[in-house]
Structure formats: structure tokens, C-alpha cells
Ligand binder design. Structure first.
Ligand code: PGA
Length: 246
């Protein structure tokens, strides 16, 4: 696991957008894994701008998002699908047939999770998976637990995670769903390349534990130490607790 530290989140987002634009140019059929949340907002803004100004072509790009709330799906306010349509997909000309997404309204959620893992495999696997990290060390919605789940699955959200998501529900915790569907640890670790982004001092403890601590299910992001191609991009506050920063 290597890490790079940027002065601020804008510099970080610009650098990652440059790398992604290059990847899309070199490999127009690339399969990307995408996160939602506060952290990727700057990245998606940069990608929208590069697409508009530089004519980046997304027509053959395939994407798979990490997770979705149970009970929500395409067109629903607060759904991660709507987040992605509003922040990226509608602006860059993604082919809807190339968008892989968990449907939180699927009638059979177990079947939906199995369908998703099969779809990722059928697409040839994820080439570049972008991840955020929760303050509790979760990746996707793989929350700290005695045991982690390998496949895509249904999960009960921790109260801390629900609270962190009120932003997408008018600040109203009661509207935040209690459950989600998420790629599992194996679905994540099967990606060829992983880029984890963390910004802000609130993530500094989780970042330190992920990079410098042991591999433990109480901090799911620590499992990324087992993957051969992980780059962690940090702004200075998020890197503030690393021993190299002291
Ligand atoms: P955030 O979420 O970008 O909103 O901090 C990251 C995560 O919980 O994975």
C-alpha cells in the first residue's frame, strides 16, 4: 500500500482526475468502480469539467458503484444512483447500459446481490476501483464487525454511518435508511487496482489504522493491506496522524 499526500483536496482531486482521464483515453472500455459520499464530490466536479473542456469520451466506459440504500433506487431522492446521475453520469454521456448499480428496490435483495457480483465478473472485473473510507474504517458499507462478508450483501448500517449520511436526506436522520446493499470484501479486493481517497482531519485516525495497524475486521479498510495494487491519496489533514507526518 503506497500513499501520496496533497496540500488540499482540490490538488488531490485534480491529480486523480488527470490519472483517470489518461486511463479512459488509453483504455476507452475501462471498467471503473465508483464511490459516493462527500469525498468524491471534488473528483466528479473535475471529471465533469475535463469532459466538457477536453472532450473526454465516456461512451464505452463501464462503471459499478459500491453500494446503495435498501428501499431506494433510480430516480429516488437520496439514492446513491441519483447522486451519481446528478454528479457525473448525466454530465459525461455515460451509456445507461454501461452503468452497473445495485437496486435497493429489487423485490429479492439476495438475488440482486448475487446478480451484481455476476455482472462484475461478466464485465471482466473492475480495473480501477475508487474508494472512500468511513471514520470507523468502513469501505463501501462493510462496517466493522467480528466477521466480514466476502460477497455483495445486505447490511445493517451503524448509527455513525447513518448520521454521516444525513447530508443526502435534508439533514434529517429519520429519513436515512437503516440498511444498504454493498459490494463485499472479496468483490472489492478482486479489483485490479484500488485508489482510496481520504480528506479531512476526521479521517486521520482511520487512515493511520488502515496503513500502520494490523489487518483486522474491526477496521475493514485494513484488509486493503492484502491487495498488491492500492494507492492511498490523502490531503494533509487526513495524513496528520501517520508516523511519517510527525
Ligand atoms: P464520505 O464517506 O466521503 O462522505 O466521508 C466515505 C465513506 O463513508 O466511505
Amino acid at each position: 500500500m503506497t500513499h501520496e499526500v496533497f496540500p488540499g483536496e482540490l490538488e488531490l482531486a485534480a491529480s486523480l482526475a488527470d490519472r483517470l482521464a489518461l486511463i479512459i483515453r488509453q483504455r476507452p472500455t475501462v471498467v471503473l468502480g465508483l464511490p459516493t459520499g462527500r469525498t468524491p464530490l471534488a473528483l466528479y466536479r473535475q471529471l465533469r469539467e475535463r469532459t466538457r473542456l477536453d472532450g473526454l469520451d465516456w461512451s464505452q466506459v463501464r462503471t459499478f458503484n459500491l453500494d446503495e440504500f435498501v428501499g431506494l433506487g433510480r430516480g429516488d431522492a437520496g439514492s446513491y444512483r441519483s447522486f451519481m446521475e446528478e454528479r457525473l453520469f448525466a454530465h459525461v454521456g455515460m451509456d445507461p447500459a454501461h452503468v452497473g448499480f445495485l437496486d435497493g428496490r429489487a423485490p429479492d435483495l439476495t438475488a440482486e446481490c448475487a446478480r451484481y457480483d455476476r455482472a462484475i465478473v461478466a464485465a471482466g472485473g473492475i480495473d480501477v476501483l475508487m474508494l472512500g473510507i468511513g471514520v470507523n474504517g468502513h469501505i463501501g458499507f462493510n462496517e466493522p464487525a467480528d466477521g466480514l462478508v466476502a460477497a455483495t450483501h445486505r447490511v445493517r448500517l451503524s448509527e455513525a454511518t447513518r448520521a454521516a449520511n444525513t447530508l443526502w436526506f435534508d439533514g434529517d436522520l429519520r429519513q436515512v435508511p437503516h440498511e444498504a446493499l454493498t459490494m463485499g470484501m472479496a468483490s472489492i479486493l478482486a479489483a485490479r487496482t484500488i485508489v482510496l481517497v481520504a480528506t479531512g482531519e476526521g479521517k486521520a485516525d482511520a487512515v493511520r489504522a488502515m496503513i500502520e495497524g494490523g489487518v483486522t475486521s474491526s477496521l475493514p479498510a485494513s484488509f486493503l493491506q492484502l491487495h498488491p495494487q492500492v494507492t492511498v491519496l490523502l490531503d494533509e489533514p487526513a495524513a496528520g496522524e501517520l508516523s511519517t507526518a510527525r
